[in-house]
Design a protein around this ligand. Structure first.
Ligand SMILES: [Zn+2]
Length: 410
């Protein structure tokens, strides 16, 4: 199944901003800074050279002479959003603009063609292309698969160790493991990656349970459905089908596993929207629809249980050339998180503060605070009243550059 990516929104840059050293002041705006602290009405945000320099009530923060002002009365500003699971290689570069137009100012790319991603990343960094900050894995590390591109095929422990060394030499930001990697090779890869100091994101290899992967030190587990799948192959497994596995996830065994994953500090990227898009909303198999819809709804309950167990959550849409759509589906993931029991501010943090914590970059990203890169989303309506208001985008500020979203298509 393959669906063409259809570009929707576009953005245009305000001529007032200096691309080399953007300065800007947002005035009379309500600030939701992403820390979970109180909302600041009628505030001023001063940006100089692409960074936030001052934030506070308009009465207390003055705008330096000569700074272009963006009067944002009645608007709300939140930190730029991160999509923590995407595949830019398979959507093409239109996705980069599309993301920014939807307020996504950072993306973690979970597998693709390294040279291509790096070429786009360099264009973005030079200011020649509008796109988000990119953190990327490069090629997937996987077991043998027919006709699937951009894989380092690994069968043995020695090959797994070599793959880590070659990816490290290639300068990837982290390693992405996929599901056909043999378990012994996976554990060898984890050992080698730990020694090399490279984080590993995991689409669970068949035969490895979520808890085993967490105990082995993975940075993030991807896709809520792999938590269920792994109940089929964990040691002493008693369930034989995915619905039975989901029931186990929601019972005492599942809760115990989630407490352990939380204790290990392993992050989870449920990518609920990818399952909903790919297997429910776009299902062309009427017989499969009912069971899948029920699995999707129970997976929302699993995410609720993750939150209750203290598992740290990240928002990722898993956009690619099928299923989820770049940009807008990050907002749909946030809405699904609220359906799963997160408060609107907790949902927002899965795409702002939590990604910054995950990367160890809280001094650069994730909040509207002095010193942070000026990645901001200006909204027409308050997202704390209703998370769907994150879609009401008035403008985006990308590293201090003000970008207008000319037509609201959502
Ligand atoms: Zn993916």
């Amino acid at each position: 199944m393959s669906r063409a990516f259809v570009p929707g929104r576009s953005v245009s840059e305000e001529p007032v901003t200096d691309r080399a050293a953007p300065s800007l002041a947002l005035t009379h705006v309500t600030v939701i800074d992403g820390t979970g602290g109180p909302v600041v009405p009628d505030a001023t945000v001063v940006i100089r050279e692409g960074r936030i320099r001052a934030v506070g009530p308009g009465s207390a923060v003055s705008v330096p002479a000569g700074t272009p002002e963006f009067e944002a009365q009645g608007k709300f500003v939140i930190p730029g959003l991160w999509d923590m699971h995407g595949h830019v290689t398979y959507t093409g570069p239109g996705a980069l603009t599309q993301m920014v137009a939807h307020g996504v100012t950072g993306v973690r790319d979970l597998g693709g063609r390294l040279e291509q991603i790096d070429a786009w990343r360099a264009e973005i960094e030079r200011g020649d292309r509008v796109g988000p900050h990119i953190v990327r894995a490069g090629p997937f590390v996987d077991g043998p698969k027919e006709g699937i591109p951009d894989r380092l095929t690994v069968r043995t422990e020695a090959e797994a160790r070599r793959a880590v060394r070659s990816l490290r030499a290639a300068g990837v930001d982290f390693i992405k493991v996929h599901n056909a990697l043999p378990p012994a090779a996976f554990f060898a890869l984890m050992e080698e990656a730990r020694a090399a100091g490279i984080p590993v994101a995991v689409h669970l290899p068949q035969g490895v349970s979520s808890v085993e992967a967490s105990d082995a030190g993975v940075a993030s587990l991807e896709h809520v459905e792999t938590f269920a799948e792994s109940a089929l192959w964990r040691k002493g497994a008693t369930c034989r089908s995915v619905p039975e596995a989901v029931e186990e996830n929601l019972g005492p065994i599942g809760r115990e596993q989630l407490r352990r994953i939380a204790k290990n500090g392993t992050w989870y990227v449920p990518s609920l929207v990818a399952y909903e898009r790919g297997f429910v909303l776009w299902s062309n198999d009427p017989e499969a629809l009912g069971p899948r819809l029920s699995i999707h709804q129970k997976q929302l309950d699993v995410v609720r249980a993750m939150r209750e167990a203290g598992v740290r959550l990240l928002a990722g849409s898993d956009f690619s050339d099928w299923g989820a759509v770049p940009g807008i589906d990050l907002h749909n993931e946030l809405a699904l998180f609220v359906e799963a029991g997160l408060s609107p501010v907790e949902a927002l943090q899965t795409a702002t503060l939590n990604p910054a914590q995950f990367f160890g970059w809280t001094d650069r990203y994730g909040t509207v605070q002095p010193g942070r890169v000026a990645d901001l989303v200006v909204l027409d309506m308050n997202p704390l009243d209703n998370i769907s208001h994150t879609r009401k985008i008035h403008a985006v500020v990308l590293a201090g550059r003000l970008l207008r979203v000319p037509a609201r298509l959502t």
